[in-house]
Design a protein. Structure first.
Length: 143
């Protein structure tokens, strides 16, 4: 076996039939049209009716009504429930001295304990329906 001489200069191999590359013709560049990207959808999570009812019931046991409605996005209903319960609570408190408040105070508390969760669950249903339908204000943003 013979080894090439390392001190000999390198010369390319003699090939006679190499293919000649053909110049490729590219199409003329076309100016790009601006592309309009419409409003992009933003995912808005749906709310849980169970969480709204739980907020109303648990906090309602302590006389704090309307929090479930605030969670459901019904701010005015939540604030009205809070303020009206406390207004009626103080009216019933003073009626205790006339002995009628002993009956009306628990009835008011029970009525709010039933009415608050029902309104909160309905509010969550309306909120989730508006999110799915795409009518909720936070659904689309224009860029």
């Amino acid at each position: 076996m013979t080894h090439p001489d390392p001190y000999q200069q390198w010369q390319p191999a003699q090939t006679e039939h190499l293919p000649v590359p053909v110049a490729q013709q590219h199409p003329a560049p076309v100016p790009m049209q601006p592309v309009y990207v419409g409003p992009q959808a933003v995912l808005v999570p749906q709310k849980s009716a169970g969480a709204a009812v739980a907020l109303e019931l648990i906090l309602g046991l302590f006389g704090i009504f309307g929090v479930g409605n605030l969670y459901a996005g019904r701010t005015s209903s939540g604030v009205i429930l809070m303020l009206s319960f406390w207004g009626l609570f103080w009216i019933n408190f003073f009626l205790i001295f006339v002995f009628i408040g002993i009956v009306t105070m628990p009835l008011t508390w029970i009525a709010y304990l039933v009415l608050g969760p029902l309104l909160a669950a309905r509010g969550v249903e309306r909120y989730n329906t508006s999110v799915v339908a795409g009518t909720h204000a936070a659904i689309t943003r224009s860029y």
